[in-house]
Structures are given as structure tokens and as C-alpha cells.
Design a protein around this ligand. Sequence first.
Ligand code: SF4
Length: 328
Amino acid sequence: MTDGRDDRHPDIPEDMPEIETILLNWYRRNARDLPWRQTRDPYRILVSEVMLQQTQVDRVIPKYHAFLDAFPSSEALAAASTADVIRLWSGLGYNRRAVNLQRAARAVAVEHGGAFPRDVSSLKKLPGIGPYTAGAIACFAFEQDVGFLDTNIRRLLHRLLIGPEVPEEQRSQREMQALASSIVPYGHGWEWGQTLIEFGALQCTARKPACLTCPLQHHCCAFPEIQTVLADLARNGFRRKKEAAFEGSNRFYRGRVLRVLQEDGHSTGIELEHLGHRVRDDYAPEHQGWLESLVEGLASDGLVQIQEDRPSYDSSPKVRLPGSSSEG
Ligand code: SF4
């Protein structure tokens, strides 16, 4: 990832200055007033970025405020019990994100004296922070001219500067990262990053890009064939939907386990068999292996703890949230 603009990149078109002006003007007219755009606090930016991974903006906003009310600083988050953090995260799904967020806050406290590192390579060394989040923090908290990619930015840049993301034309992540880094307007990194995110969220969306009202229509390499490409993809999408439904069922029961443990408060835990009956109405002895592997998966993600020292060999192990009472 390089700072600043590199006009020598082969995918940068001659009309890039015009594209840049159109995009920045579009942002100034259409940007939503989102709470994480009012701050340059790296901790708050990190919380928003982690919450926005796989969760819609409307659902994130109230959770963002509630989370920051409970944990107003990275020090407060680092010192909290993991059980409380997961409880506050409830409703956003993908609880592993909350655990990683707290691990990052603890690393900032222990390894950086409580101050977030400013450069992308140091940010990437924090637990759970990948290239996108590191770039977003450097850009949105420290206003650096860095380019970074998430799915939406990648899709937008690919369509605009290369063409539809079809296998014959698709660029590698490395090539797209180099392109993203090369087109950041000097001194405008913050606004440019917000612009790409907003344009990808509101105008050039994944399934229904609003090409007919798009101010970049005459500059876009994907227009007009993008509409045909998307119609073909929609016709072939049935198999993918079935696979997604299968994954969803496992996620559904992971969420049920955590909800039951949260309802149970700070108890010493729930025996595996009792947990099974509370997680699914049709729970039967033959489901025990399934439940054990589900709980073991949650434990290896740091979301639950399994009590190893059972009173007797025959008794069922207890499961509890991390940080709950271990006595009893
Ligand atoms: S013309 Fe369509 S595909 Fe191209 S940038 Fe605009 S919305 Fe996206």
C-alpha cells in the first residue's frame, strides 16, 4: 500500500481527474450523516468498521452508540469482561468480531501504551485487523492518503476502471490494491475513502447499480453491459442460495447457544445436556455429538468456555460465557 497518487498505473484512464471531480462532488451532495464520520478517534473508527463488517448501517447505528456508552475508550474495552462485551454485541451477529475487537484494544493497551499505532503495517499487526480495517483506520482516523479495498470498493473500482467482474477480465486482489493505492487524490484521502464507500453503498450497488442515474455513466468501463452480466448472474444464482442457507443454519444455532448463556447471566454455566434442550425443542441424545462440536467451535473462537473438571465422569460438562463466575 503506497501513499499518494501514482499516475503511471496502467489501469488509470486519461479522464481520471474528471472522474475524481464527479465522485467527490457526488459525495458532497449525497453523503449520509453517519456518526463515525464526525470523529477522528481511532478507537471509535475501529468499532464502527468492525460493526459494519456484514451488518447494515441502520442496524449498526444504535449498537454503535450503546457500545461506546458502555466502553467509551479502548482502555475501558480492554478492562471489561469478555462476557459483557459479547452481551453488548448481542443482535449484531458474528460474535467473534466482538472478541477480536477486545483483543485489539488489549494489544493497544499492552503493546502501544494505550495509543493506537498510526501506520498501516503496525495496525495490521493488531489482532483481528486485516488490510482493509488497517487502511480504513489510517485514512479515517489519521487522514492519511492510503488506498484500501473492501468488497464494495473493489467492485466499484473494477467496474469503473476495468469492466464488469467477469472471470475473463477479473483482476487479482494484489492488482486491485495497487490500483486503489494509485488513485488516492493527494491531500484528500479521508474524503476519497468515504466517497468510494458511499458510492458503492448507494449508487453502484452489487445487484442493482443505478446506472441510468449515474453521473459516471460516460466514463464507466462496465456500462452498459453490466446490466446483462448481472441478469445472467441472477439466473444462475439458485445453487449459491442453497449453500448460503446451509451455512446459515450453523450460524443460527451458534447464536442460540450464546443467547441462552447470556440469558443465564453470570452463573457457573449450563450442563451440555440442559443447554441442548434450551437450544432446540427437538433435542435428543443423538444430537449430543452435534452440540459438542458446535460448542467446541464456539470455545475455539473464544466465545464460550467448557468446564473440564467435572464432578464425575458421567456428568455432563458445563458451558459458560468467558469471564462468568467459575465457582460453584
Ligand atoms: S455506470 Fe453503473 S456500473 Fe458504472 S459506476 Fe455507475 S452505477 Fe456503477
